[in-house]
Design a protein around this ligand. Structure first.
Ligand code: PRP
Length: 186
């Protein structure tokens, strides 16, 4: 049995993902057409594949930087207690900034990031997420670009993990319940 067998169903197949990412890229091109160099901030680890595909659709001048945020808590849920594991390599003062996330669930991570970055004086601060789980939202955070809204199921693939695995899958899939239970029950 391979890791692919742990997937109960494919929620967003690869062609659909890639088509939507191209559309998001075009939306970003349009929004920042007249601005100075855009800074895309990739929130590690989950957003690394999304960022890599997204920037290949950009025609505007831009840079990328990385932040890593950790949420404490159970394996499948975030608790709202977050901390910065890796901070940006540069100042964002006066810069147009676009946060690139893989998924917004409770909204707590993004709320923390936007408040934190907001204090650093960016010229503008927007958010682009590949996935959003609106049913799980605990804190309303403004999101400018959303790839797909997904139901409240345990999704993996395309950067999203379960216990650090499954990030490599080229689609968004739903993990089988038995796989989650087997790991959590241990
Ligand atoms: C995930 C995801 C978001 C956050 C969303 O990161 O990448 O940053 O959770 O959840 P929230 O809206 O409830 O805060 P995770 O902590 O799993 O780390 P990872 O990206 O390194 O896998």
């Amino acid at each position: 049995m391979g890791l692919r067998d742990d997937i109960a169903k494919v929620l967003v197949p690869e062609p659909e993902l890639q088509k939507r990412i191209a559309e998001l890229g075009q939306a970003i091109n349009a929004t920042y057409r007249d601005e100075d160099r855009l800074l895309l901030i990739c929130v590690l680890k989950g957003a690394f594949i999304f960022l890599a595909d997204l920037v290949r659709h950009l025609e505007i001048r831009h840079e990328v930087d990385f932040m890593e945020i950790s949420s404490y808590g159970a394996q499948t849920e975030s608790t709202g207690v977050v901390r910065i594991l890796l901070d940006l390599a540069q100042s964002i003062e006066g810069r147009h900034v676009l946060i690139v996330e893989d998924i917004i669930d409770s909204g707590r991570t993004l709320d923390y990031i936007t408040r934190n970055l907001g204090t650093r004086g960016p010229a503008s601060l927007r958010v682009c997420t590949l996935l959003s789980k609106p049913d799980r939202r605990e804190i309303e955070v403004p999101v400018d670009l959303v790839g797909f809204e997904v139901p409240d199921e345990f999704v993996v693939g395309y950067g999203l993990d379960f216990a650090e695995e499954y990030r490599h899958l080229p689609f968004i899939g739903v993990l089988r319940d038995e796989v989650i239970q087997a790991r959590i029950g241990k």
